[in-house]
Design a binder for this molecule. Structure first.
Ligand code: SAM
Length: 195
């Protein structure tokens, strides 16, 4: 546990609890379980909701190079820290609800993998849907979303997954995390031209 990171994260929670989604950064076991789902051979990796970078570090340890990594964070203070901590990585400040635009403006191609710790279940349905549409239309056919949740259920309900043309499965549970978490992987199997 890094005390400075915990304090920065706690400050983000005080500024906006729903947006921070947790009181503390993810533990190293959860970060590793997320990173294990990423194949560095699948091209660009976009991380959504970087926070203090717990998962980013695990991705780099996994072999994702700074050149293939794109980081997205909405909170301005966490964004500034993120830029400082991960020099040489494309860092985008903004809302994942505008992911397509953010990637286009940065001149970034289609990612093969999206890694998200966005607090999907703290959002309104509209916010969540907007973000999921952006995520899956940015990924395209065969693309993979890795998402963790503190819920015992899928963070993307089955009906919604079917409507979005994706299939998901839980790949890990991390009971030692505070709070305990589960890792889900979703793959685009039937891209919707209308989204
Ligand atoms: C649960 S925290 C996870 C932080 C870090 N990845 C970790 O695992 O410790 C969620 C993060 O997502 C960011 N976030 C929330 N909503 C967002 C959005 N719409 N767009 C981009 N980032 C967002 C928050 O500021 C916060 O840093």
């Amino acid at each position: 546990m890094n005390h400075a990171h915990n304090l920065q994260f706690l400050s983000a929670w005080l500024r906006n609890p729903r947006q921070a989604g947790a009181l503390l950064p993810s533990g190293s076991r959860l970060a590793q379980a997320m990173a294990e789902q990423v194949d560095p051979g699948r091209g660009l990796v976009v991380e959504l909701g970087v926070g203090t970078g717990a998962i980013t570090r695990a991705l780099i340890e996994r072999g994702v190079t700074p050149e293939q990594l794109i980081l997205v964070e909405k909170d301005p203070a966490l964004f500034d820290e993120m830029e400082r901590r991960f020099p040489g990585v494309v860092a985008l400040r903004g809302d994942a609800a505008h992911l397509g635009q953010l990637l286009k403006r940065a001149g970034v191609g289609r990612p093969g993998t999206l890694v998200s710790s966005l607090p999907l279940l703290s959002m309104t349905r509209q916010q969540r849907l907007r973000i999921l549409i952006q995520i899956f239309s940015s990924l395209g056919m065969g693309g993979v979303l890795v998402q963790f949740t503190y819920s015992p259920l899928s963070p993307i309900p089955d009906v919604l997954a079917a409507a979005l043309g994706v299939s998901g499965r839980r790949v890990a549970r991390v009971f030692s995390n505070l709070p305990p978490a589960a890792v889900w992987v979703y793959q685009v199997c039937n891209p919707r031209s209308s989204i």
